[in-house]
Design a protein around this ligand. Structure first.
Ligand SMILES: Cc1cc2nc3c(=O)[nH]c(=O)nc-3n(C[C@H](O)[C@H](O)[C@H](O)COP(=O)(O)OP(=O)(O)OC[C@H]3O[C@@H](n4cnc5c(N)ncnc54)[C@H](O)[C@@H]3O)c2cc1C
Length: 403
C-alpha cells in the first residue's frame, strides 16, 4: 500500500473487529481515519472466535499473528456432556486437523479487538478515535457525506464505513429499516465471563444441551476465568432488546432444570461485567454500498455466531475494502464496486449455517435431542469425518486478493 493518500477523510462507525481492522489498514495506507464507537470504552466480551482459512492468512498479512499468539487459547477440543456431566462424545481439535468445531487458532473476541487497538496505536497516522459517540444523521451529495454526531457536531467525510454491528445504525440511515435486511434465525445467544467452576475440564469446550437450550463453557486465556455460551431456541421478542434484566430472566427460565453446571453459570451471570445477549440474525444486503456509504462486518453481512465465521468475514472484508480504497483513492466508486465483487463469493459460503442451523442444534424434544446427539457422535467416526471436514473447509478455496 502507498504511504500517503492525501485529502481522503473516512469515517468508520463502530469499533468492533470490522471497524478496527479496516481502520488499521486505512491508517497504514496514509488515510485520515475517524472512528466513532458508541460504547464509552472498547467493548469487552465474547468467547473464542476462530481464525481459519482465509482469515488466518489475512491476519498473517496484516502482521497480527505475534499479538494473537499472546492471547491464543489452547483448546484441545469440544466435549458434549449430559445433565450429570458424563461425557457423551468428544471432538478433539486434531480429529479434524484443527479445522473442526475447534479451530487451530482460537482467541477471545475481546482479546482480538485489543490486538487490533494496540496495532492501531503503533501505526499512529491521522487517527481521531472517539468513544461514546455515534452518527445521528447523514446526508450525501456527489462530493461527500455530511455527518451529524450525537454530540451535535457536524462534519464532512469522503466516505462512511458502517461497521456498527448487526443492528447497524449506519445501515438504517443510509439503506432503510433493519427488517428489510435481516432474517431471524430462531433464537438468541449469550456470552459472558465467569470464575471457572470446579469440575470444568481445563482447555476443553464443554457443552450440555436440553430441548430448546444449551449451556457451554469455553476456556479463557486466564485459566481462573472462563466464558459461558448460552443458546436459546425461542420466538423473537423485540422487548428483549436493551433490557438486560429481561434477557437474564429468559435465560434463567429456559435453563432452570438443565442440570450439569447450569446453576453455577446462572448464579454468576448477574455479576459478569461483559454480559452479551443478542438475537441470531442473518443480514443480506442487495448491495454493500449506497453512494458514499458502505457496510462492513455484521452490519453488511452476517450469518450469526452459529456460523463461527463472523470474525473471519469482518477481517477478510476489512482487508479487501482498505486495499481497494488505497489502490484508487481518487475513484471511491470503483473501489467500492471492486470490494463488493471480491468479497461476495467468500460471504456466500461463510454465511451458510452448519448442519441445518438451530433446529438441528437444539431440537424441541428429548427424542429429537437424542437423535441429534447420535448424529453428532457419528460425525466423529472415521466414516463421517470427511463430511464434517467438507462443512468446515467450505471457505478454504477462496483466494483473497493481494494488495
Ligand atoms: C460484545 C460482543 C461479543 C461478541 N461475542 C461473540 C462471540 O462470542 N462469538 C461470535 O461468533 N460472535 C460474537 N460477537 C459478534 C462478532 O464480534 C462479530 O460477528 C464479528 O466479529 C464482526 O464484528 P463487527 O465488528 O462487524 O460487529 P460487532 O462485533 O458487533 O461490533 C460492532 C461495534 O459497533 C459498536 N456500535 C454499535 N452501534 C453503534 C453506533 N450506532 N455507532 C457507533 N458504534 C456502534 C458496538 O458497540 C461494537 O463495538 C460479539 C459481538 C460483541 C459486540
Amino acid at each position: 500500500m502507498s504511504t500517503t493518500t492525501p485529502n481522503l477523510r473516512i469515517l468508520i462507525s463502530g469499533g468492533g473487529i470490522a471497524g478496527n481492522a479496516v481502520a488499521l489498514q486505512l491508517l497504514r495506507a496514509g488515510v485520515s481515519t475517524t472512528v466513532v464507537e458508541r460504547s464509552p470504552a472498547p467493548r469487552p466480551g465474547g468467547q473464542a472466535v476462530d481464525l481459519r482459512g482465509p482469515s488466518r492468512e489475512i491476519a498473517e498479512r496484516m502482521g497480527l499473528m505475534a499479538g494473537i499468539r499472546k492471547y491464543q487459547l489452547h483448546e484441545e477440543g469440544m466435549a458434549l456432556v449430559n445433565r450429570k456431566g458424563d461425557t457423551l462424545y468428544r471432538m478433539p481439535a486434531d480429529m479434524f486437523d484443527g479445522k473442526g468445531p475447534v479451530a487451530e487458532i482460537e482467541i477471545s473476541r475481546g482479546d482480538l479487538n485489543q490486538v487490533l487497538l494496540t496495532e492501531i496505536a503503533n501505526v499512529g497516522g491521522e487517527l481521531d478515535y472517539r468513544y461514546g459517540e455515534w452518527v445521528s444523521a447523514l446526508t450525501q451529495d456527489d462530493s461527500g457525506v455530511e455527518v451529524t454526531f450525537a454530540s451535535g457536531v457536524t462534519e464532512r467525510f469522503d466516505l462512511v464505513v458502517g461497521a456498527d454491528g448487526v443492528h447497524s445504525a449506519t445501515r438504517r440511515l443510509a439503506f432503510g429499516p433493519e427488517e428489510e435486511f435481516t432474517t431471524y434465525l430462531g433464537g438468541y445467544m449469550s456470552f459472558f465471563t465467569l470464575p471457572t467452576p470446579a469440575g470444568v475440564e481445563p482447555n476443553w469446550m464443554t457443552t450440555h444441551a436440553i430441548p430448546n437450550a444449551s449451556v457451554g463453557i469455553r476456556p479463557d486465556a486466564d485459566p481462573s476465568t472462563c466464558k459461558a455460551i448460552i443458546t436459546l431456541r425461542t420466538e423473537v421478542n423485540p422487548a428483549l432488546r436493551r433490557d438486560v434484566a429481561a434477557q437474564q430472566r429468559l435465560i434463567r427460565a429456559m435453563l432452570a432444570d438443565a442440570g450439569w453446571l447450569a446453576p453455577t453459570v446462572l448464579a454468576a451471570m448477574p455479576d459478569s461485567t461483559d454480559f452479551y445477549f443478542d438475537e441470531l440474525d442473518r443480514v443480506d444486503m442487495p448491495s454493500l454500498s449506497a453512494g458514499r456509504v458502505t457496510l462492513l462486518g455484521d452490519a453488511g453481512f452476517c450469518g450469526s455466531p452459529m456460523t463461527g465465521m463472523g470474525t473471519a468475514m469482518a477481517i477478510v472484508g476489512a482487508y479487501i475494502l482498505a486495499g481497494e480504497i488505497a489502490a484508487t483513492p481518487g475513484d471511491l466508486a470503483g473501489a467500492l464496486a471492486r470490494y463488493e465483487a471480491a468479497v461476495t463469493p467468500f460471504l456466500d459460503s461463510a454465511k451458510e449455517l452448519p448442519g441445518g442451523g438451530l433446529s438441528m442444534m437444539l431440537p424441541k424434544s428429548e427424542f429429537g435431542l437424542r437423535a441429534a446427539q447420535t448424529v453428532g457422535k457419528l460425525m466423529t467416526t472415521r466414516l463421517f469425518r470427511p463430511v464434517v471436514m467438507k462443512m468446515v473447509s467450505k471457505t478454504d478455496d477462496y483466494e483473497v486478493p493481494s494488495y
